[in-house]
Design a protein around this ligand. Sequence first.
Ligand SMILES: C[S@@+](CC[C@H](N)C(=O)[O-])C[C@H]1O[C@@H](n2cnc3c(N)ncnc32)[C@H](O)[C@@H]1O
Length: 267
Amino acid sequence: MVRKSGTEVGRHREGPAPEVLSVMDDRGRQYLLSTRGNVAQIPELGVISTAKLRANLGRKLSIGSRSVIAIPASPRDRMEGLGRKAQTVGPKDAASLLFNAGIAPDAFVVEAGTGSGWLTVALAIAVGPRGRVVTYEEREDFATFARGNLSLADVEKRVEIRGGDIAHGIIEVDVDAVVLDIPEPWTALQVAWEALRIGGTLCAFSPTTEQVRRTVESIRGLPFLGIRTIEIIEREIVIHEGGTRPSFAPLGHTGYLTFARKVLDTF
Ligand SMILES: C[S@@+](CC[C@H](N)C(=O)[O-])C[C@H]1O[C@@H](n2cnc3c(N)ncnc32)[C@H](O)[C@@H]1O
C-alpha cells in the first residue's frame, strides 16, 4: 500500500452508497439491482438484503448455494441490465453517439422515440443530475415500459416522457441535441431544427441505408452543417492461451448514426 504523509494515495473514498448495483454470480450471470428497497430479488437465486450488498461491495457473498459479487453499475451495466421491447440502441452505438453529439454534463437533450428507454438511460447518465432529457413516445405501452427501466437505472428524475408524435412539434427550445431513433426521422427534421440552439447537434439512428439516404437528403434541404454518417463496428477479442482471437460471435450490424449541426445560413 502506498502512503504519503500518513494518507493513503488513491481514489478510494467513502461516497454515498450507490443506488444501482451490478451483481455477478459464480456462473458469470449479471443482474442489475436497485438498492432502494430493503431487499433485492435476484432472479433464480433468491432474495438478499440491499444493506448487506452495499456494505460488501466487491466482496463475495453467499445466496443460497451460490455466491455473488456486487459492484456499482457502470453506464454499460445500466443499459444492458434493462428489459427491452422492440429494437434498442446498445452501448456500442450510444458511446459514439454521446461523444459525436457533444452530450455532456448539464446538457439539454430531446429524444424520440423512447422505446424501451435504453438510449434514454445513456443520455440521462451523460447529462448528469443538472442536465435534462425530454423524450417523445407515441405509444403509451412503450412509455410505461420505459418508465420502469428509467426507475431501475435511477435516472427518472432527469427525464420527462412526452406522449405523441414528435413530428407534430417539439415544445422545447434552445436544445443542445435532438436524437431521433424513429423509423422516419425525416418527418421530424424541421421541428428538430427549430428546437436546437445554434450549433446544437441533430443525431439520427437508422438501421437501413434507405433511411439514411432519405434522412441525409432531407437534412441537406435545411440549414445544417457538418453532415456525417458513420457505422460503428465492434469486435470483442477472446483471450485464451495459444488462441487469442476475435470472438466468433461479433455483434453484427445494428444501425447508422447520422450527425448534423444547426446553423442559420448555408453556403
Ligand atoms: C426503435 S424504438 C426506439 C428504441 C430506443 N432508442 C431504445 O434504445 O430503447 C422506436 C420507438 O419510436 C416510437 N416512435 C416511432 N415514431 C415516432 C414518432 N414520430 N414520434 C414519437 N415516437 C415515435 C415507437 O413507438 C418506438 O417505441
